[in-house]
Design a protein around this ligand. Sequence first.
Ligand code: PEP
Length: 256
Amino acid sequence: SVTRRPLMAGNWKMNLNHLEANLLVQKLAASLTEQQLTAVETVVLPPFTDLRTVQTAVDGDKLLIGYGGQDLSPYQSGAYTGDISGAMLAKLGCTYVTVGHSERRQYHYEDDAIVNAKVAAALANGLTPILCIGEGLEIREQLRHVPHCCDQLDGALKGLTAEQVTKVVVAYEPVWAIGTGKTATPEDAQEVCGEVRKRLVETYDQGTADQVRILYGGSVKSSNVASIMSQPDVDGALVGGASLDAEEFAKICRFP
Ligand code: PEP
């Protein structure tokens, strides 16, 4: 079997100013040993306005914490008021960027074509896209969650080579479990993560699919992370609310 390094990514959403960001990153690093940070890749995804501060903290103290943006423009530069390019993120030392988060799909009407262009832009700038997919409650109740997620996956990865796909992280986030305190069962998480990997085998090949890390997201906390991480196709977690507390997120990163 293949070993994939576990990844815990904290999506801060629109929370914490740059002063609070600095505090959280310092506290988080202090709560984890070098050994823990080596075993489990630990990443924070702050608002854009915090990234320069996070870079300074991480660089200054050689912290073993990665960071990235929550979105990026599909374009390289130009007249796109309010947008941030992948090149700008990369220049600040970002290594990750979330793409297609359900909140962006919902509030900014991002469709599969835009998500696809953003994944390509991330890769073109050497960033690892954390591609978010997931079904809403209605689709889950109609038991259409697997085809729905596989369609989102296909749409987002359209035109990429197998080599590029190995660099993508997929995050399965059932919308009904985000910020609701309602966690999918470990079996629910495994079902979709397993089907996503199967789809990657079908579209590319086993070797490619084995390298892709698939995260679960949706009300992950220190109390439920271990059972979710015990699933064979779950390689980490995308954590919203619980990543805003340094001690709680550190506990999540210490799951093994
Ligand atoms: C998220 O926003 O990616 C998320 C999983 O949020 P929460 O952990 O708060 O449900």
